[in-house]
Write a protein that binds this ligand. Structure first.
Ligand code: ASP
Length: 307
């Protein structure tokens, strides 16, 4: 279909998000979501590419310590941070990802660099960190990602010997992601995370795995997931939405509902998705999901719970 319409959706993580948090904190999250939405929407309204818009939204949240990506990433079991990110362009199926990186300031920028500058899709661990540094990407010491709120959260989880979503019980959140349809009809997805609090060192979640936490194909949709990564990997969640549409003939809404409410378990998390026809879905099975959407017709909204 001929396009001029654009759409951007983003998430800042799904989970148990307490309604009893201080109003100022809730307002800060909403402002963080709105700032990311503006960053991506500005790209699209200027005629920019879906991937650039999704990246701009994710970059904004990576730099915001309220979200579990980049600065403010959760602590792993060793008291450090290992970050995952992926991008995908639905017009070419080009994609790139990094997993378990410790010193790259922007994992999403590194993911895109893997896509554009290597013959590979996924670089992991020290090889990825070293490569990014050699490429001139900005690096930081691992403790640059520290945030005292996250440290307290980790110490609590560690004491209880729990591995948890960053937003499991105390209102802290969330992996970040964005999906976009640009005015040329191209779809793209981008996702970035610190993973799960107190995860084993070396654990990789769904975020950097193409088809699990991140997927885009112009024939159907672009998807970015958040929640218990192992569940999204096991069910190839993001690709599952695409497959239901392409081969099952489902609408975007039916495909997302099926995945989130029938395949995944209550509490696992959620996803955002935008379709080739400009429809979009932000569906979750946890008590809340930080999210937002904007489009060329003037829509601009952020939300946390079902209200
Ligand atoms: N999906 C992420 C992971 O398992 C966590 C999250 O979405 O909060 O690494």
């Amino acid at each position: 279909m001929p396009h001029s319409h654009w759409v951007l959706c983003l998430h800042g993580g799904a989970g148990v998000i307490g309604r009893d948090q201080p109003a100022a904190r809730i307002a800060a999250y909403r402002e963080g979501l709105a700032a990311a939405l503006r960053a991506g929407a500005n790209v699209l309204s200027a005629g920019g590419a879906a991937l650039d818009a999704a990246m701009a939204a994710v970059r904004s949240m990576e730099e915001n310590p309220l979200f579990n990506a980049g600065k403010g990433a959760v602590f792993d079991a060793s008291g450090g941070h290992e970050l995952d990110a992926a991008v995908m362009d639905g017009s070419t199926l080009s994609c790139g990802a990094v997993a378990g990186v410790r010193t790259i300031r922007s994992p999403i920028v590194a993911a895109r660099a893997v896509m554009e500058r290597t013959p590979h899709v996924l670089l992991a661990g020290t090889g990825a960190d070293d490569w990014a540094r050699d490429q001139g990407l900005e690096t930081v010491p691992n403790n640059w990602f520290d945030d005292e709120f996250r440290r307290a959260q980790w110490l609590k989880a560690k004491e209880a010997a729990r591995v948890q979503l960053d937003h499991a019980d105390d209102g802290a959140k969330g992996t970040v992601g964005a999906v976009a349809l640009d005015s040329s009809g191209v779809l793209a997805a981008a996702t970035s995370t610190g993973g799960m609090t107190n995860k084993m060192s070396g654990r990789v979640g769904d975020t950097p795995l193409i088809g699990a936490g991140t997927y885009a194909d112009n024939r159907t949709c672009a998807v970015s997931c958040t929640g218990t990564g192992e569940q999204f990997i096991r069910h190839a969640a993001a690709h599952g939405v695409h497959a239901r549409m392409l081969w099952g003939g489902m609408s975007l809404k039916a495909a997302c509902n099926d995945l989130v409410h029938r395949v995944l378990k209550p509490g696992d998390g959620g996803l955002i998705a935008v379709g080739q026809d400009g429809s979009y879905v932000m569906e979750y099975n946890s008590p809340g999901m930080f999210r937002g959407a904007a489009d060329s017709r003037g829509a601009f909204m952020t939300a946390i719970w079902d209200d």
